[in-house]
Design a binder for this molecule. Sequence first.
Ligand code: CUA
Length: 359
Amino acid sequence: MIRVPARTAAGAGRGGGVFGPFAKRSHGPRPRGAAAALAAALAVGAALVLAGCESPSILRAEGSAGNEIVTLAIWIFAILAVVLFTVWVLLVFVIVRGRRRPESEASQTKGNLGIEIVWTAIPAVIVTVLFILTVYTTEQIALPDPGAQFTAVGRQWWWDFQFKELGFKAPNEVYVARGRTTSIDVESADVIHSFWVPQMGGKVDMIPGHVNHIHFVPLTDGTYLGQCSEFCGAQHGRMRFLFVVVPPKEYAAWVKHQQQPAAQPAGADAVAGQKVIASVGCGSCHAIRGTGLKGNFGPDLTHFGSRGGIAAYTLRNTPENLLRWIQDPQGVKPECNMPNVPLLPQQQKELVAYLEELK
Ligand code: CUA
């Protein structure tokens, strides 16, 4: 599970943590020699510790398919470890014995039928056992499928989770009910992506013009990181999403909330921001249900303020980060489809206030 401090300032500054890796190179005086080496070592150490805390590991599975896959991986690892250990022991034995008898020629086994049969049979048995374990795991993963609850559409470089029957979209952050089969149709709007929540297990390619499918049972409440797993262009690495597993009641509440149209702004800046967003052309890409914005190309912003991340979790969702994003999307996420829109500082401030109120 990853920890997502929802509304902290973490990630607000330059380089903001694991998910806001935009450290600009410092132009200040540099430490030299040993001090620089020590600083670098400490930085690498800290990065590794942070990565250990927050990186999703397939070995910490919290989904039905993930559990089966981890069990299979452990079995295969154990069997191969025994093979490796046996080979090493035999190798050491032969080397030691051979050195004690440097003059003698190695005994020849060519034509020894018994030995030929044994060393053909042993690998055949090992491969057969691995095959049976793999087929068994595949069968265990293949649960009855209740039919897709939503469609995940991959786009350069974000995720459009479309709940067509329920009438809403939840870009880049999707909730599912713990203990129930989560069934997802996946497709792509542009190039090949791959849907992957490492801790749920399994991944599936998202292919333009073709609907693929994945289903599994999330077993533990938590917020998990999803990551595109097929190289899809410049920002493939920053094509992430949050996969939130909650109890069924909370899931129902989330659905109900997502179905609501956008909240009316209350604060003075937010009220002004609503006018700004309607006047500067955001609606050609973005939709906000309940307003005049009906764009289809970019993420639906109806409940933007309730989400944990910005730009497919490139940044954490804080007012400071949102301001940074609005000021310079091409600087934060080069080659993304969001253009740098020239806005006055006051307009930027109002826009941030409005979007953050869209809970
Ligand atoms: Cu989308 Cu890689």
